[in-house]
Ligand binder design. Sequence first.
Ligand SMILES: [Ca+2]
Length: 353
Amino acid sequence: MADQTEKVMNKIKIGLIISVLIMVSLVGSNIWFYVSEQRWRSHYQHVLDQLSTAIEDLQNVSDQVDMLTIKIDNLTDQVNRLRMCAPPMYFFFQDPDLTNASCLNVWRPGFRHPNPQNISEGNFAYILSEVAHLCYNETSGSGWATASLSQGELPHNWGRHPLLLGGCSQEVSSPTPGVTFHRDRLPRENEYILRSKVLVVRREFLADVVNGTPKNNVGITLYCSYRHNCTLWSDYFNPDYNVSSAIYIDIFFSSSNWTSTVFEPIEYRHHAFGDPWTKDHVIVLTVPNQVELVGEWREISVDMRWVFDFVFSYLPSNIESITVRGAQIYSEGIGCLIDCKIDYVKMEINIES
Ligand SMILES: [Ca+2]
């Protein structure tokens, strides 16, 4: 009987020990879970705090960006207003009376022909006795050729000569890489005048032209870079001719073509995208009352407002300004000889207009 009782007691003891062990395990597990959860909660809260702080910082930055944007807009308005009120800038030529005979000085001579093997004899471009002498003798009929005197910066790295002048008047002007004219802020009518004095010495037929007729011009080219879509400037010195980087404004003082018996005047008015060599804009206009006769000095007067109105009417509307950077006076022809003299080329301001 005692043995049985002892056995029962032992079972009860074992049962109690197992129960105690289970209870201890459960309590230990709960404590571990509790501690883990507290740790996780603490970490989670820390991350949340960090994210909240980052969001606040970003919001502050965003507010500052908004304020800076408003300030930039205000400053832009002020700059635009100042531009509208600023005295106009004009460009002027160095040595407008063509007094400097040295080709190393202001006006630099140059010759151009698309087929170098056809460059003929008898071409010249120089200054003598304060007069420019310009002649091209295009004997091949194979391409337009030019004899010129240039100053300023020419496109495609063709030449960086003594700079044009810029300022409110010739007297207070100084060398500048360019003077900008905006489509909506052009000189007024009769305010800014190009004047020159020109003599056509000779025109002679020399060669037939395939799919054309012999032609010749005397005039001035204004080389310009341009700005489009408000911010982008043309890549003026890019040597790649497939990139449109410049605008040539060709103002002809005299233009004629060969009719098989005589030279007849032509009145050019056109725009081309891409001249024979490049993809640049070429805008061509002949002055009213152009020089037609050979052997007679003529004074030329051209209102630059008329020129710029013409230029911007032909350019795409996203080109809002042009910058005059270089110039050449020249005689050019195809299939003929064109010999001329130019006494002066100057820009005048009429402040009474
Ligand atoms: Ca002169």
